[in-house]
Design a protein around this ligand. Structure first.
Ligand SMILES: [Zn+2]
Length: 327
């Protein structure tokens, strides 16, 4: 699965192409995309429900918590309340001020999903599952509004689209099905103090606790190993018996290593193409322990070890990350 930095770089691209646009039409070519991986049999009415729910809405922003991405939608403000005489940019800003987030359009890319921006009338790729027709003002108000399509292409249908109400959870509005997902270390709503307190109650292996999305979201297997190594904490340490300053150091390292990955560039996409692949290849060179079992530790030269914790391969340096003494 893509890690948080990949999802964030996709979010940035999606935001650029969708924020401020109005959905003027929608088409579901394959209703299975509205289901989940465990539930692909879709009621024939579901596609109509989806189309009705999104049609005419304005996209406020592309948002993310952990690896969960969505578009926040608002009612389209009546042009009279915004002032049709104002220049386009000013009009868009006024519209943004009066709109309230009302609904979320969840976009799970899964392993094979892609969002592509197309001109209306472009040939439709055979794995296209849904199409949103979008319209937005151009920076120059004298130009006619820009009309284009956002197409969801997914060969294997591991991705998912859906409409959900927004609920308050861990400091902000999120889609209802994300209400159990804790804040991630890179978002403004993240409160390290609260997360450390929650972690400190756990008696599972610290490595497993870092992957528990109800405690802290967005840290995948790669970044959990990297964060533990950088903080010098063993993956089998019991959070409840680990000093809070050490837990804080691990969270800090997680935020830093994911921030670094974002800065390196993230998944690349050209102007008309937003894409995510499952692997984080661009960051491989910067990984210090993940995938390096049997190789020398970059700090002390000891052979990097690998063990399975909670079903996940875990890489660590037996010297830099001393086993917990209470075991
Ligand atoms: Zn070492």
């Amino acid at each position: 699965m893509p890690e948080l930095p990949e999802v964030e770089s996709v979010r940035v691209g999606v935001h650029e192409w969708t924020a401020g646009a109005t959905i003027t039409g929608a088409e579901v070519l394959d209703p299975r995309i509205l289901g989940t991986t465990s539930q692909r049999r879709i009621d024939a009415a579901a596609a109509d429900g989806f189309i009705t729910a999104v049609n005419g809405r304005r996209i406020i922003a592309a948002e993310r918590r952990g690896k969960f991405m969505w578009l926040t939608l608002a009612e389209t403000p009546a042009m009279g309340t915004v002032g049709t005489d104002a220049p386009g940019e000013q009009r868009a800003r006024r519209a943004a001020e009066i709109e309230t987030p009302e609904l979320s359009l969840i976009v799970h890319l899964g392993m094979s999903g892609q969002l592509r921006v197309h001109e209306v009338g472009d040939e439709i790729h055979r794995h296209t599952r849904a199409i949103l027709r979008l319209e937005r003002d151009r920076p120059d108000a004298d130009q006619p509004r820009e009309t284009y399509e956002l197409r969801f292409v997914d060969q294997r249908i591991f991705g998912h689209l859906g409409v959900q109400p927004l609920v308050h959870a861990s400091g902000r509005l999120v889609p209802a099905s994300a209400n159990h997902i804790a804040a991630d270390p890179l978002e403004a709503a993240f409160e390290p103090g609260l997360t450390i307190t929650a972690l400190a109650n756990k008696r599972t292996a610290l490595k497993s606790a870092l992957l528990d999305q109800t405690l802290i979201s967005g840290i995948g297997n790669i970044y959990a190993d990297e964060a533990l190594f950088r903080a010098g904490v063993h993956p089998l340490a019991t959070p409840a018996r680990t000093r809070k300053s050490r837990l804080a150091a691990v969270l800090d390292s997680a935020a830093r290593v994911m921030g670094d990955a974002l800065a390196v560039g993230g998944t690349s996409f050209d102007a008309l193409y937003v894409n995510v692949n499952g692997e984080s290849g661009y960051f491989d060179r910067a990984l210090l322990v993940y995938g390096r079992s049997g190789q020398e530790c970059v700090r002390c030269g000891t052979e990097i070890a690998k063990m399975t914790i909670g079903g996940r391969g875990s890489h660590f340096c037996p010297n830099c990350q001393k086993p917990p003494r209470y075991r």
